[in-house]
Design a protein around this ligand. Structure first.
Ligand code: ZN
Ligand code: ZN
Ligand code: ZN
Length: 369
């Protein structure tokens, strides 16, 4: 599925509207998810500058080295191509465009390499420079229909892989790495060959939220945090389940149920108009009242789209109101250093009346052999 041309054109229009509101004359976007969002094309970063130059009105331009121009030929009917040769200074070409369009304020996105920006600032010293990422994040935080369909499908495939994995794989006596390799293979089998990340954190390692994979051998009684996701046509899935190898102890069952209730409480707090921080608070309240507040050491969640972590962040201090079409994770956890940790995470979409989960695999305690 390629993104429809009128959808892409609409995104560009919306970006230009926001630029006008913010008084930004020219937006310069380096290869990144922002570039892909606006052009439909995944450009790669290198020492040769490729960038989208979007004036606040009129046609956008794509600055591209001559040898890579063939890669973006299909964009030529929507954007003007500004092709530069090996002996040209690409940032001098950008400065030229800025002068031609009378751009006084130039905004750049976070992923534009600072080396290019520093050169441009020397070649165009009269312009003011702003952060363009804010505009793009505001736009991208609310997913359009195409994006929602791709995100839903990414989660659906990931759910299928997880059910297949739990039904057929054993973990006791294997290393985290071996188990992770199996999970990646099962993801590929279900149409998710591009893995974004795969955490398998067993026993005491489960208390480290971003532990990756190690050679620790999984033992009976270990909780195992599986936090993984793949990329489907540019869009990420992100899920965490914490099954137990063999029989769980009473303490594990107790902590597991608190995390599960917290995850549900947050889910029920989601609806348009509610501040992001309120949803974090809803989960934190359950965990704090159960006496484990000090062990919930990260924010509740993060936006998910063309990247794995983006706006909106569900964190204390974020007063942004939720809007239908926002997609983010709901992932509380309790981490007791030296002992164990539990996390449960779903990808969730805000609907006009509340919220819907994209992940439907069971949140009950699962035991693996
Ligand atoms: Zn994380
Ligand atoms: Zn995750
Ligand atoms: Zn996450």
């Amino acid at each position: 599925m390629t993104v429809a041309t009128d959808t892409l054109a609409h995104r560009v229009e919306r970006a230009q509207q926001l630029m006008e509101e913010e008084g930004i004359d020219l937006l310069m976007i380096g290869p990144s998810s922002d570039f892909r969002y606006l052009t439909g094309h995944a450009a790669h970063t290198s020492e040769r500058l490729t960038a989208l130059l979007l004036p606040w009105r009129g046609r956008g331009m794509i600055v591209v080295p001559r040898l890579e121009a063939p890669l973006i030929q299909d964009l030529a009917d929507r954007f003007e191509l500004v092709i530069w040769d090996e002996t040209d200074s690409p940032t001098a070409r950008v400065a030229e465009v800025a002068r031609d369009t009378h751009a006084e304020s130039v905004a750049v996105n976070d992923q534009l390499w600072s080396g290019f920006l520093l050169r441009l600032q020397k070649q165009l010293p009269t312009a003011s420079y702003e952060n363009g990422t804010d505009i793009l994040s505001r736009l991208r935080a609310i997913k359009d229909e195409t994006e929602l369909a791709l995100l839903r499908e990414a989660s659906r495939r990931t759910d299928e892989a997880w059910e297949d994995f739990c039904a057929h794989e054993t973990v006791i006596g294997k290393t985290e790495r071996q188990v992770g390799d199996r999970l990646k293979a099962v993801m590929a089998k279900h149409g998710m060959p591009e893995i974004a990340f795969c955490i398998v954190a067993s026993g005491p390692n489960s208390a480290s939220p971003h532990h990756y994979l190690s050679d620790r051998v999984i033992q009976a009684g270990d909780p195992i945090v599986f936090d993984f996701g793949g990329i489907h046509e540019g869009y990420f899935s992100d899920i965490t389940r914490t099954p137990i190898a063999g029989e769980p102890s009473d303490e594990i069952v107790k902590v597991y149920n608190i995390v599960r209730q917290a995850q549900q409480a947050a889910f029920e707090a989601i609806k348009p108009g509610v501040a992001c921080q309120e949803v974090d608070r809803a989960a934190r309240k359950v965990i704090t009242e159960a006496g484990y507040g000090e062990y919930f050491i990260h924010r509740l969640g993060h936006g998910i789209g063309l990247t794995g972590h983006e706006d909106p962040y569900l964190v204390e201090g974020n007063e942004t109101p939720m809007e239908a079409g926002m997609v983010f994770s709901d992932e509380p956890g309790i981490y007791m250093a030296g002992k164990f940790g539990i996390r449960i995470e779903d990808t969730v979409v805000v609907t006009p009346t509340g919220a819907e989960r994209y992940n439907h695999v069971t949140r009950d305690i699962v035991t693996l052999g």
